[in-house]
Design a protein around this ligand. Structure first.
Ligand code: URA
Length: 209
């Protein structure tokens, strides 16, 4: 598809995280770069044992250039702390590196990335995983989970299960922290957060094993 040349042409020859981050700044692998403020690349130490994949940056991530620093990120930080996972020892990234939104008045509302946008951005995600070589990948939400495990993957059925392929990193999926923020009332929000923490604890104990 000529409209989606993919990010592949923008990858640098040397695929370290700093080199990838620098090259990703000028990615035009899909049209999402046209309206976003900046590329939001993954962040964390190169040797992180656990790598988290979200969907795409939100409004605040787009403005600040860092993943998970808005409301969903705050909830994620609280849940990580409760699960005994230090964020500074994780690598945090997204399936799509540019914010996709629709204007509603003066507000920029999150818009769901299309399959071809996720595919166009895939070379960055693959390169991050190859550079970090995590022991465990945690997919936050269906976009990340289906990108990694196929469109038939269902979080509702398989959340919290650690899959251990013979080659490559272990992988599990749980809900996206934004889904917890959208819970209809306080009690269901508290329950959703407890369930999320439970999944993160499974991730933590898989790393201990
Ligand atoms: N939601 C995501 O999926 N990723 C972010 O970085 C922020 C919000």
């Amino acid at each position: 598809d000529p409209e989606y040349p993919s990010a592949a042409a923008f990858l640098p020859p040397k695929k370290t995280i700093p080199a990838l981050r620098a090259a990703a700044k000028s990615c035009e692998g899909c049209p999402l770069h046209l309206h976003a403020t900046q590329t939001v690349f993954g962040e964390g130490p190169a040797g992180a044992r656990i790598l988290f994949i979200g969907e795409q940056p939100g409004d605040q991530e787009d403005l600040r250039g860092r993943p998970f620093v808005g409301p969903a990120g705050r909830l994620l930080d609280e849940a990580l702390e409760e699960a005994g996972i230090k964020r500074s020892e994780t690598f945090m990234t997204n399936a799509v590196k540019h914010f996709k939104f629709e204007m509603r008045g003066k507000r920029r509302l999150h818009a769901k990335p299309r399959a071809r946008e996720i595919e166009a951005c895939r070379p960055w995600l693959d390169a991050e995983i190859a550079a970090v070589k995590p022991r465990l990948i945690v997919c936050l939400g269906a976009t990340a989970a289906q990108a990694m495990m196929g469109r038939a993957f269902r979080i509702t059925k398989e959340r919290g299960k650690v899959f251990k392929p013979a080659d490559g990193p272990w992988i599990m999926a749980t809900v996206h922290p934004s889904s917890i923020l959208r819970a209809p009332d306080d009690e269901s929000r508290r329950q959703a957060k407890r369930d999320f923490i439970k999944d993160l604890k499974k991730a933590a104990s898989a790393l201990e094993s």
